[in-house]
Design a binder for this molecule. Structure first.
Ligand code: ARG
Length: 461
């Protein structure tokens, strides 16, 4: 087994079938530069503990730098003989600095503690890219909210007209979960910044290497407290997969609404040409593919999470090769969000709302009936009775085929003597919206205030 990380105790090399199954370089090469960073840090620890002379350490760093350059410019790639990124890079290092020095680097570390550390570094880096892109979607929502500060739309429950709300309130309702996703990534990172490096295969090292030095070099906070936990746990990876799935779901809920709003029947938004697609047969078509892909890819993100959880369930401690299956799902989740988020932000930023149409539909479906009931409550009527009276008015209007605001005085009086003509004060969508001044309500003053809090929370992450 020439050039492999193991072999002496084997009479033969691996069968081609095993090699084909075992090989992971087609995906773990994404960790190559992190592996090099780990090796730089490990060389320092070896040197500090007296296992490398100053000259050897210098030669080691120079050799690793050469490898890093070759990785970046694509001249160093894994070969079919390499089992994984760690083995491939050891081979390359030996080719660069010789077997004597190259063979020293592996002391006191195992692929098990390496991989557990590298995946954290990879996820931490990409979590910052993802957070930046989420912020762009939030910014786009906030900009649309600002640009339509007094647009009124039909607010819905059960997808039925419920009560009129500000479009800005609704858009901000989609921004809040994304702000919490940013906070989830931040909270997750507090657990991710732990370094398993130095834990060895599972039991720790005899060599007296300084794991804090390695952690600090790698931009991590501190070494893992338990070498078994450090090498075998993947809850931090699963938690990352959850947060990315949640981001996908939060985008998907907005995507679904955009798809509806963009239908002829709703007619609430028009998507920009640069952010919609055509049909190969129907010349007139303009489709909301970004929203549909975001909705579809949420399923994929959920699948990545559930697949990973299934892999972890029932795994005994410590390292098992099953753990190699942690990477492709989260690499895919990262790649997915890194293409979905920029397109989504662009789509949201460039959508054009038909504010007039939304406003004209806002009073439909007797959406001001709650306002009538609350108007009665303010006049001392118990809500139970107020609800009945308002409900009876809805029925009377429905039978006549008119809206609440069109009910003549006689009809009001017929439904209840408590329904004096003054009730019309609340029978306008503007009045209704403006009166919902309670905390978190849809009144313009509250929504503007809320937007400032939203922006502050997003910027604090
Ligand atoms: N490639 C493995 C992984 O991704 C790390 C190597 C550990 N392999 C081993 N046989 N102990 O988890």
């Amino acid at each position: 087994n020439e050039g492999a990380l193991w072999g002496a105790r084997f009479a033969s090399g691996p069968s081609p079938e095993l090699a084909a199954l075992s090989r992971s370089t087609h995906f773990d090469w994404a960790l190559a530069l992190y592996d090099i960073a780990g090796s730089h840090a490990h060389a320092k620890a070896l040197s500090a503990a007296g296992y490398l002379t100053a000259d050897e350490e210098r030669a080691m760093h120079a050799g690793l730098d050469a490898l890093a350059r070759a990785i970046v410019d694509g001249t160093l790639v894994a070969s079919d003989a390499d089992e994984d990124v760690h083995g491939a890079l050891e081979q390359a290092l030996i080719a660069e600095v010789g077997a004597e020095l190259g063979g020293k680097l592996r002391a006191g570390r195992s692929r098990n503690d390496q991989i557990a550390t590298l995946v954290r570094m990879y996820l931490l880096d990409h979590s910052r890219t993802i957070a930046r892109e989420i912020l762009r979607v939030i910014d786009a929502l906030v900009a649309q909210a600002e640009a339509h500060a007094d647009a009124i739309m039909p607010g819905r429950t059960h997808l039925q007209h419920a009560q009129p709300v500000l479009l800005a309130h609704h858009l901000q309702a989609h921004a809040w979960p994304l702000v919490r996703d940013l906070e989830r990534l931040r909270d997750w990172s507090a657990r991710a910044v732990v370094s398993p490096y130095g834990g060895g295969a599972l039991a720790g090292s005899t060599l007296g290497l300084d794991p804090q030095l390695v952690a600090t070099e790698l931009g991590l906070d501190r070494p893992a407290e338990n070498s078994i936990d450090g090498t075998a746990a993947r809850d931090v990876v699963a938690e990352f997969a959850f947060v990315t799935a949640m981001i996908g779901i939060d985008l998907s809920r907005l995507a679904e609404e955009i798809i509806l709003w963009n239908t002829r029947e709703f007619g609430f938004v028009t998507l920009d040409d640069g952010f919609s697609t055509g049909s190969s047969i129907m010349p007139q078509k303009k489709n909301p593919d970004i929203a549909e892909l975001a909705r579809g890819k949420a399923g994929r993100l959920i699948g990545n999470l559930s697949g990973l959880l299934a892999t972890l369930k029932g795994l005994p401690l410590a390292y098992n090769r099953d753990l190699q299956e942690d990477k492709e799902p989260v690499f895919d989740s990262v790649a997915t969000l890194e293409v979905v988020l920029p397109a989504f932000a662009g789509m949201v930023a460039t959508m054009r709302f038909d504010a007039e149409r939304m406003r004209s539909l806002a009073p439909e479906g007797f959406s001001l009936a709650t306002d009538v009931a609350e108007w009665l409550v303010k006049r001392g009527v118990p809500f139970r009775d107020a609800h009945e009276i308002s409900g009876a008015l809805v029925r009377a209007c429905e039978m006549r085929g008119i809206g609440l605001e069109d009910a003549p005085d006689e009809l009001l009086a017929e439904v209840s003597p408590l329904l004096t003509p003054e009730v019309r004060e609340v029978l306008s969508v503007d009045g209704s919206v403006a009166s919902r001044t309670g905390v978190g309500g849809t009144a313009p003053v509250r929504v503007t205030e809320q937007r400032a809090h939203l922006v502050a929370r997003a910027q604090a992450v």
